[in-house]
Design a protein. Structure first.
Length: 322
């Protein structure tokens, strides 16, 4: 006796479920529109009463793109009273979450052509390049407002700075651009991203301009700037914040040591370096630093020992440790 085997076509089922959800969203939105019209007119369709405000005059169709797909809305037309729905803004053609997804894709570096393909696969309709451009204009306005906001978090004793290099397409050619970033800790112990700006390169002029921009927005009370060993940044700190101390970033310091350390010994060397910062006083940290350098030399890691040499550690790494 042959057994009957039930086979499921997953693509068909997914398509049916997607259409079911889309249809439910469409039906719900239209019911909400009808409820709004009834509330405004104070009467149901065809109902006559003394409290009635205005009259119905049919519907007009309007398409709306949602995360569930394209839906057709039947917006009520009223006479004697304007119909302003709270469900969707006037002239809006897409749900806000769809717009947010489009902006996030573009800012993440997804090409316009690829965005078109993705939107068609997700929501069943393509979004034109012009639409993506208009949405990004809105996003850039908010980004610039955030970048230039006044710094109202009080005084910022600790400021961490770094330059991040990104590749930018400009006129069909790719070039490396430095993005200068500052993150600070305020007096209440909360961390805050102060700002980011294009620096083209990490020279003194770029860093001076960046620090002056932060000061103009209200950056104050800086006691310690933490960053890498970029010469331009060091000179800029001394010029813009003459009373502020500088400390070498431990992450950059570790990476410099790891760059001349065999991969098989990186974990061991990392533990040795972290032990320096585990000390409870400057004196103990300096003694530990001496011991680490000697241990690196005994392991025949001469280049690593040079990068972690005692004078460099004392001046650049442990400055400010009490």
């Amino acid at each position: 006796m042959s057994e009957k085997i039930v086979q499921l076509n997953e693509e068909v089922i997914k398509g049916q479920l997607k259409e079911l959800v889309r249809g439910s969203v469409e039906e719900t939105l239209n019911e909400l529109l009808e409820a709004e019209a009834e509330k405004l007119t104070q009467a149901a369709r065809y109902e006559r009463n003394e409290q009635r405000q205005g009259y119905r005059s049919g519907h007009y169709s309007r398409n709306l793109t949602t995360t569930s797909g394209d839906v057709t809305l039947k917006v009520p037309k009223l006479k004697g009273i304007s119909f302003e729905t709270a469900i969707i803004e006037r002239y809006r053609r897409r749900e806000s979450s769809v717009e947010e997804a489009l902006i996030e894709m573009y800012l993440a570096g997804v090409s316009v052509r690829r965005v078109e393909d993705i939107t068609e696969a997700l929501w069943g309709s393509k979004v034109s390049p012009a639409t993506i451009s208009e949405l990004n204009k809105k996003a850039y306005v908010h980004i610039e407002d955030w970048r230039n906001r006044p710094l109202q978090g009080g005084r910022y004793p600790y400021v961490y700075v770094d330059g991040i290099y990104l590749r930018r397409n400009w006129g069909g050619e790719f070039e490396n651009v430095a993005i200068l970033v500052a993150i600070a800790v305020n007096e209440d112990g909360y961390r805050e991203v102060l700002g980011a700006a294009e620096g083209m390169k990490e020279d003194k002029a770029s860093w001076v301009s960046f620090f002056q921009w932060l000061r103009s927005r209200g950056l104050d009370g800086v006691k310690l700037v933490v960053g890498d060993k970029c010469l331009g940044m060091l000179e800029a700190v001394g010029e813009v914040f003459p009373e502020t101390k500088y400390q070498r970033c431990t992450v950059h310091f570790y990476r410099n040591v790891f760059s001349v350390t065999p991969r098989s010994k990186v974990k061991l060397v990392a533990k040795m370096l972290k032990a320096i910062h585990a000390q409870e006083s400057k004196k103990a940290a300096r003694e530990k630093a001496k011991a680490v350098v000697e241990q690196l030399r005994s392991m025949k890691l001469k280049e690593a020992a040079k990068k972690g040499d005692y004078p460099i550690i004392c001046v650049n790494l442990l400055r400010g440790v009490e």
